[in-house]
Design a protein around this ligand. Structure first.
Ligand code: PLP
Length: 427
């Protein structure tokens, strides 16, 4: 038995499914998850000493590459000053100021420890601010695992939501209305009948949890207009896109100003740190200023803030995103060319350091499009790449991530592996 298989067997005895977050279990693609020992730059090394080019980057945070010396040193320095105080620090002001400066829509921000916590808090704040209970989300968008957000659409359009996880009370799920991504008539119809009940519309501006799907600019503009018209808040979940698709996130890409922004991943540099922020008049409703309660023992943790600030300094250097986008673009064009050489139906899309690929002739526009894609081919491609030392997300519902450490050699090695993988698929 291989070392990874031994570890997986041991893990499954004491950890449900052997993993601490479901997608790590390789359930969609089958096979044994790789247990990671260490990572450096663009590479991860597993418990058997096998080296992989990593296109997951801890699901987004590692935009400067793994174990970047500046981030590691900042963490080490901070750790010697104690791991947590539970009291305010000067460093967390630096971080809040940096976020407010970089994110166009953020005037005030509160730090928390996970994207789930940030999303859940943003919704409570939107409800507290508007005095309304209903929230709108879109099928295929993931905003963390808070109860109100683990909800799928009911059978009919504009019906109340149904829980999509056991343990979520139906009474709570009925306040979550789920519509189709990129569908303007649906959101217009909903606002026309129930606009006065809606506290917020929450959306991933570029969805990264149903592969990679861009929200149409016209759809986003309509969401903005409808929220303003009906007194609902527009909440952009930029946990994945923030500091990833551009320095100023998707709000920079689209030039649209949401009322609240949910952030995570990149801002923590790989440590548990996330945030939510936005309009000052809304944020001032938070405790201790206002009546909306929100708190955290480890919020603004000094070691996490040190890691995040070190990474924020790196990504602000001139040319960072130009290089990241160029590397990602080169990878996408190379993959399409390799697929074309072997007659495999294949499309890609990307923005900044975030990408998606699909075994189909057209880019998907919503969740049903992704669900129709060819999962069997995806599985074969995933394993063909893994066998050749390229670690892609083990699910066709996930986006991929490139880091600044993915230089031309790394991209070239990936494309060489892809050429062989597509040849194998074509057989
Ligand atoms: N929002 C989005 C867009 C995400 O991609 C994720 C996680 O992948 C979350 C929220 C939840 O963040 P976390 O896993 O830190 O709780």
């Amino acid at each position: 038995m291989t070392r990874n298989a031994q570890l997986f067997e041991r893990a499954q005895r004491v950890i449900p499914g052997g993993v601490n977050s479901p997608v790590r279990a390789f359930r969609q693609v089958g096979g044994t998850p790789r247990f990671i020992d260490r990572a450096e730059g663009a590479y991860m090394i597993d418990a058997e000493g096998t080296r992989f080019i990593d296109y997951i980057g801890s699901w987004g945070p590692m935009i400067a590459g793994h174990a970047h010396p500046e981030v590691t040193e900042a963490v080490q320095r901070a750790a010697t000053r104690s791991l947590s105080f539970g009291a305010p620090t000067a460093d967390e002001i630096d971080m809040a100021e940096a976020i407010c400066q970089l994110m166009p829509a953020v005037e005030m921000v509160r730090l928390v420890s996970s994207g789930t916590e940030a999303g859940m808090s943003a919704i409570r704040l939107a409800r507290g601010y508007t005095g309304r209970d209903a929230i709108v989300k879109f099928e295929g968008c993931y905003h963390g695992h808070a109860d109100s957000l683990l909800v799928k659409a009911g059978s009919g359009l504009l019906t109340f939501g149904n829980p999509s996880s056991a343990g979520v009370p139906a009474d709570l799920a009925r306040h979550t209305l789920v519509l189709e991504f990129n569908n303007i008539p649906q959101i217009e119809a909903l606002f026309a009948t129930r606009g006065h009940e809606i506290a917020c519309v929450m959306v991933e501006p570029i969805a990264g949890n149903m592969n990679f799907i861009r929200g149409d600019a016209a759809w986003h503009r309509r969401l903005r207009e409808l929220c303003t018209e009906h007194g609902a808040l527009l909440v952009w979940d930029e946990v994945m896109t923030g500091f990833r698709v551009a320095l100023g996130g998707a709000q920079q890409v689209y030039g649209i100003r949401p009322d609240l922004v949910v952030m995570g991943k990149v801002i923590g540099g790989g440590m548990p740190l996330a945030a939510f922020g936005g309009r000052r008049d809304v944020m001032e409703r938070l405790s201790p200023l206002g009546a909306v309660y929100q708190a955290g023992t480890l919020s603004g943790n000094p070691v996490a803030v040190a890691a995040g600030m070190a990474q924020l300094r790196i990504i602000q250097r001139p040319g960072f995103y130009a290089q990241l986008s160029a590397a990602t673009g080169q990878l996408m064009r190379g993959l399409e060319a390799a697929a074309g050489r072997h007659g495999v139906r294949f499309k890609t899309d990307s923005e900044g350091g975030m990408f998606g690929f699909y075994f189909s002739d057209a880019l998907p526009r919503n969740y049903p499009d992704v669900a129709r894609a060819d999962v069997e081919t995806f599985k074969r491609f995933f394993h063909a790449m893994l066998d050749r030392g390229v670690y892609l997300a083990p699910s066709m519902y996930e986006a991929g991530f490139v880091s600044a450490a993915h230089g031309p050699d790394v991209i070239a090695a990936t494309l060489e592996a892809a050429d062989a993988a597509f040849a194998q698929l074509a057989k």
